[in-house]
Design a protein around this ligand. Structure first.
Ligand code: NAG
Length: 453
């Protein structure tokens, strides 16, 4: 239960004078909905009531600023307790101005220190008031900043569906760095990009010339941000007098169309599987092939606006099992893969490739996703694969070939995209497919990233 006193203290904690805080429409409604009359004068709850008619649902927040934001604050000995509090103060002001609400931005907080700590997740609080109280409660941890470690942890652990990430809404980390990071943040930047997280760096008190010798990598900002185009970095000269930097930062964080890193290999690819149903495979190995397909498919964010999966089984003949647009949830895609029935017959891989390019990729050719074809076969193709594979490459489809048992290496190389070493795989046993699934996922993400540059 909120009291006058705690509200007052949280406003004071923010360094806002009461009139300044009350000027904010969000606060007027917070105060008035709670039945508070803090000040006589021009701002009364009646006035706020009129305002409320224009914006009927305050709980909804700022609908024009849809973002899921993690503030990654610096909790190192380097920043110290005093500036740590100024940092919390600044983050509180940013959070307040964002317009947090059920349909507006959601925020959480992670503290970088020797070991990163997620202080609260996106779903813990969906009102500005609650977020402010939570920020105020965060205790200083100390140690090295280990910002790279903390950023990686945030990209991997903070943005899960369980912790409140919303579909189709940009994921953002705002990293506060006092001085310079104590560890390498380049790799963390790559991981964050792979996870579709837009990294912003707010650097405060840049190293002075005398300190530059101690900085591991002076280009650290450009290496960690989503894109080094200037949009994703922001500099504040010192922790004192930061109020004027609140609004420009909020404006950046609310610029949806600039969030380029939200497109990822997990949500922006079409993957078609070409599955060998020839007699030599056998029922139990055929099941292992389906498991391989599932293991890859389940990693991707399948939806009508996200990743799409299709599968074709082939012998001499081709059977489209499901197309890219048939199923738009992961559950349905995994279920249909489980239910694929083994055909049994010959092996005409060339025809199967041509069929898939024409009938499976054809209808979605102009879509925004990057196209991949994953071919699994256990033997020599009866027909020539070279021309059909070349046509697939020419159509912008990146081809992975996976051979098992008797599949000839030459065929695998002919089918795979360049560079062949990273797109053609071979295993003697069907059980070897499990490891290859991981390689394919990594490869798809690598190809995707390269195509974005
Ligand atoms: C946030 O939510 C999680 C899971 O629901 C819970 O375990 C955690 O204690 C909450 N944290 C705070 C600060 O309320």
């Amino acid at each position: 239960m909120t009291t006058h006193r705690s509200l007052f203290s949280s406003l004071l904690f923010l360094g806002l004078s009461i009139p300044q805080a009350i000027m904010s429409p969000a606060w007027i409604s917070v105060l008035c909905l709670g039945g508070y009359f803090l000040l006589p004068g021009p701002v009364s709850c009646e006035g706020a009531g009129k305002r409320q008619k224009k914006t009927p649902d305050k709980k909804a927040g700022n609908k024009d600023c849809k973002a899921d934001i993690a503030f990654l604050i610096d909790g190192s000995f380097n920043i110290g307790q005093r500036r740590f509090n100024l940092q919390k103060n600044f983050v509180g002001k940013v959070a307040l101005m964002l317009g947090i609400g059920t349909e507006g931005p959601h925020v959480g907080l992670v503290q970088a220190s020797e070991h990163p700590k997620i202080e609260f997740f996106l779903k813990n609080f969906t009102s500005a008031k609650d977020v402010l109280f939570a920020i105020k409660e965060v205790g200083f941890r100390g140690g090295n900043s280990n910002t790279g470690k903390a950023l990686k942890h945030t990209a991997q652990k903070f943005f899960s569906v369980d912790s409140g990430v919303r579909k189709g809404i940009p994921k953002v980390v705002v990293v506060f760095i006092d001085g310079w990071p104590s560890d390498d943040i380049e790799e963390a930047g790559i991981v964050a990009r792979e996870f579709g997280v837009n990294v912003f760096i707010v650097s405060v008190a840049k190293p002075i010339p005398e300190e530059l010798g101690m900085v591991q990598d002076v280009g650290f900002v450009d290496k960690a941000v989503c894109r080094n185009n200037g949009f994703f970095s922001y500099h504040i000269p010192s922790w004192f007098g930061t109020t004027k930097y609140v609004k420009p930062l909020v404006q950046k964080l609310c610029t949806h169309e600039q969030m380029m890193c939200s497109k990822t290999c997990y949500n922006s690819v079409n993957i078609a599987f070409l599955i060998d149903g020839s007699s030599s495979v056998g029922e139990s190995n055929f099941r292992l092939m389906l498991e391989f397909v599932s293991n890859i498919a389940k990693i991707f964010e399948i939806s009508d606006i996200g990743a799409k999966i299709a599968a074709v089984q082939f012998t001499y003949d081709q059977r489209p099992e499901f197309s890219f647009t048939d199923y738009t949830t992961k559950e349905n895609v995994l279920a249909v893969i489980r239910n694929i029935r083994y055909m049994s017959g010959g092996t005409a891989t060339g025809d199967a490739i041509s069929f898939t390019v024409r009938n499976v990729f054809g209808p979605i050719r102009d879509g925004p996703n990057k196209n991949f074809l994953v071919i699994v076969t256990d033997g020599q193709s009866y027909d020539d694969v070279r021309a059909p594979a070349a046509a697939a490459h020419k159509a912008g489809i990146t081809v992975y070939s996976i051979g098992v048992a008797w599949a000839p290496l030459d065929d695998l190389k002919d089918m795979a995209s360049e560079p062949k070493e990273t797109h053609a795989f071979f295993t003697r046993e069907f059980s070897g497919l499990e490891q290859i699934a991981t390689d394919i996922i990594r490869g798809i993400c690598r190809d995707f990233l390269e195509s974005q540059q």
